[in-house]
Design a protein around this ligand. Structure first.
Ligand code: MSP
Length: 509
């Protein structure tokens, strides 16, 4: 069994989860489930990023201790991912002792190896926002925007990590590992960024300014910079399982450069560990052309959509609509279009027809197919093509196209029903027609069973329900489920199943 270790970014807990967070976890879950089906031994890690200035500030605003605050919000994230059927094997929180210990050991190792040094830090500091500002934050006339209040120039001793020293190694690494970043064109952006010399990274914050962090093991007057702390979750989460390096760190494009593509590989390299095998970088869900984020308030609450459409319809939409790597505009109208045309009127319709007709013409027991005619042959020929293509697409993360093809097969099955018209055959008492009818019922159910196998990683609960009403229990080896055969012969089907009910129309604005 091949081992496959995959992670998501860990979400900041300075606000509630939104659709962007949910998407990443569902995408990673779809990959994890697909790899399990393909026979890999999967370890799937997700979690929450709980230290830093923003979290400390959010807790203060609420007038509670940071620990109480992060406990509440982390539970909210976790509950959402459970609700979304995200099949993580472990959920790591950066405030857990197991993580803090690994971060401190890691820092000590780098410090002992001379990779960390102390120096004066110069910067412009906004007390109101409690953050260091950058040159790019200035207005065109050189002044600082109003929101920062009074800005003071600060010079203070801090600790720095030697990024610069490893720049050539990283450039080399990227040139010799062309598949380090998916999609590939993003690797070019990283190389572009690396054309400029790197500054060493300030990895400490004095405790007077920030208490909510992991104390540096070699100087307890400082806490660790939150990115340095957070990135290490991918390692601390499996340190006792011996699973490093990860096969994929799945992240959004906003956190590729510099944290994941520059800091992270260099941190690992400096401590003698290999980088992750690859970074999988997805795009953004947009609303009116802008990135959905909790700071703009323009966010879609995933829970509302799940209430209205069900978990699997929500998962289906996210995966069907987004081409991994690119951005996608979110609209409720588009959600309705996919829900109605692909789920309710296509897949849901096929399930209903399969159950109704088997109940009506065969007392609910699936017959064996007789001789095959041209009607059936078309569908039989389409299946292996669809199946091979879908597997290849999923292996290349082209899940949106994989779903399109799978739904195409469902459409073809519905078209077969129209052409074969079992209700007409049912009226004839001729033996040939009776055989045709049995063949039609078996064909419809078998095509549905096969389509369901290809939808399983995207809609786990729905596909389990369909198998159940088909009176079918899939075997343990997924790949053996994919041959057109006789697995359903004699199965007793349920009379009906409502899968995708008419949703409530969206509330008027
Ligand atoms: N805490 C850091 C990640 C540390 S990983 C060691 C962080 N957190 S976040 O909460 O801001 O974002 C978590 C993930 O959600 C990121 O991968 C980010 O790209 C993703 N998304 C946040 N908003 C998004 C959209 N609107 N669309 C898609 N994903 C986006 O960054």
């Amino acid at each position: 069994m091949k081992s496959f270790y995959i992670t998501t970014a860990i979400d900041y807990v300075n606000g509630s989860p939104h659709l962007g967070h949910a998407y990443e976890k569902v995408l990673t879950d779809v990959i994890a489930r697909f790899r399990r089906q393909m026979g890999d031994r999967v370890n799937f890690l997700t979690g929450t990023d709980e230290h830093g200035q923003k979290v400390q500030a959010s807790a203060r605003e609420r007038g509670i201790e940071p620990q109480q605050y992060v406990d509440e919000i982390a539970a909210e994230f976790r509950a959402l991912y459970d609700r979304l059927e995200v099949s993580y094997d472990d959920f790591i929180r950066t405030t857990e002792p197991r993580h803090k210990q690994v971060v401190r050991d890691f820092l000590q190792r780098l410090y002992d190896a001379g990779e960390i040094y102390q120096a004066e830090y110069h910067g412009f500091y906004s007390t109101r926002q409690e953050q260091f500002l950058q040159e790019k934050d200035r207005l065109p006339d050189g002044s600082w925007p109003e929101i920062f209040g009074e800005v003071t120039e600060i010079v203070e001793p801090n600790y720095f990590f030697r990024l610069r020293k490893h720049q050539d190694w990283l450039v080399d690494y990227l040139h010799t590992h062309e598949d380090f970043i998916f999609p590939r064109y993003r690797q070019k952006q990283v190389l572009e960024f690396l054309k400029e010399p790197l500054n060493d990274l300030c990895i400490s914050r004095p405790k007077e300014r920030l208490e909510w962090g992991i104390p540096l093991p070699f100087d307890e007057n400082y806490v660790t910079y939150v990115w340095f702390d957070a990135l290490l979750n991918y390692y601390s989460g499996v340190v006792d399982k011996g699973l490093w390096p990860a096969d994929y760190n799945v992240i959004g494009k906003d956190i590729l450069v510099p944290p994941h593509a520059v800091y992270w590989p260099i941190m690992l390299h400096a401590s003698g560990l290999p980088p992750p095998k690859a970074l999988l970088v997805h795009g953004w869900w947009l609303q009116s052309g802008a990135k959905m984020s909790k700071s703009t308030g323009e966010t879609v609450n995933p829970l509302e959509l799940i209430e209205r459409f069900g978990v699997d319809a929500f998962r289906y939409f996210l995966i069907r609509e987004m081409n991994v790597g690119q951005d996608s505009e979110f609209t409720v109208e588009q959600f309705f279009v996919r829900y109605n045309s692909e789920l309710a009127n296509n897949l849901g319709n096929l399930v209903n027809r399969a159950l109704n007709m088997t109940t009506r013409f065969a007392a609910g027991v699936l017959p064996a197919a007789g001789a095959i005619e041209d009607y059936e042959r078309e569908l039989h020929d389409l299946w292996p093509k669809t199946c091979d293509e879908v597997i290849a697409l999923c292996e290349g993360f082209q899940f949106h196209t994989a779903l399109e093809r799978t739904i195409g097969f469902v459409t073809a099955t519905n078209a077969y029903i129209e052409k074969r018209a079992p209700w007409k055959l049912g009226k004839s008492i001729a033996a040939t027609d009776q055989e045709r009818l049995r063949t039609a019922l078996a064909t419809i159910a078998e095509a549905l069973r096969l389509a369901v196998a290809l939808l399983q990683h995207v809609m786990p609960a729905t596909t389990a329900k369909i198998n159940e009403v088909l009176g079918y229990v899939p075997g343990p080896d997924w790949r053996r489920e994919l041959d057109w055969g006789t697995k359903l012969n004699g199965a007793k089907v349920a009379a009906a199943l409502v899968l995708f009910p008419r949703p409530q129309p969206p509330k008027a604005a």
